[in-house]
Design a protein around this ligand. Structure first.
Ligand code: PGA
Length: 248
């Protein structure tokens, strides 16, 4: 049985005090919830505050991105060593917004996934096709190529810790959620591909869905056999809305 992971991607929202207010309100709403894992991904300036406040609870916290090097002349970046030093346990890698705006290439994503795993972080590797790619039947090619690039030379012994987040770009922040059937079909395709390359461990790996997940569509998505959680943007910014998704 794969335990589902419900994750909040706050993107570039919330100051540390706003993040703290969220956590204060959110923790009581999910107290005692053990069916699923819960993780918050605040901005880097709020991360230590959030980590401190969730310590000892059923909620984990991680970063929205990281650099692949342990240290060096990389102005503005944060390494896996720095993230683990403040107690982060998870990290998002390869989000489509980073692929689009920050020159996040498959090659860089590959280095980041390896660095995250070697430092004991749980990477959430984001993949997803653009609208025109789905419309012209290229979804499988795009996803297979993103996975192959991200996982080249991947250490199989760490595979059970890797989480994939399938986020169709056309569904992110648009209100256009993939139907549960479309999402399930795509997740199954991703798992079959992982199985071919990594073997049976693919059945232990979690594949999350992301893209306009909301309280009213969470249950239909999360009840699909190959959807092992959700990566939630907009609907994770309010404690009651994100708690309702956690309790789908
Ligand atoms: P959304 O964002 O839920 O606002 O569509 C999801 C994401 O980008 O991770």
């Amino acid at each position: 049985m794969r335990k589902k992971l419900i994750a909040a991607n706050w993107k570039m929202y919330k100051t540390p005090s706003e993040a703290l207010n969220f956590v204060e309100a959110f923790l009581p709403l999910v107290a005692g919830h053990t069916r699923d894992e819960i993780a918050l991904f605040p901005s880097i300036t709020s991360l230590p505050t959030v980590i401190h406040r969730v310590r000892g609870s059923n909620v984990a916290a991680g970063a929205q991105s990281m650099h692949w090097a342990d240290e060096g002349a990389y102005t503005g970046h944060t390494s896996a060593t720095m993230l683990t030093a403040v107690g982060a346990t998870h990290v998002l890698i390869g989000h489509s917004e980073n692929r689009q705006y920050d020159n996040e290439t498959d090659e860089r994503i590959n280095l980041k996934v390896k660095s995250a795993l070697s430092h004991g972080l749980i990477p959430l590797l984001c993949v997803g096709e653009q609208k025109d790619e789905r419309q012209c039947g290229k979804t499988e090619d795009v996803l297979v190529s993103q996975l192959a690039g991200a996982l080249a030379g991947f250490p199989k012994e760490h595979a059970d810790r890797l989480v994939i987040a399938y986020e169709p770009v056309w569904a992110i922040g648009t209100g256009l959620t993939a139907t549960p059937e479309t999402a399930e079909e795509t997740h199954l395709m991703i798992r079959t591909h992982l199985e071919k390359h990594l073997g049976d461990v693919a059945n232990e790996m979690r594949i999350l869905y992301g893209g306009s997940v909301k309280p009213d569509n969470a249950s239909a998505l999360l009840n699909q056999p190959n959807i092992d959680g959700a990566l939630v943007g907009g609907a994770s910014l309010k404690p009651d809305s994100f708690a309702a998704i956690v309790k789908y």
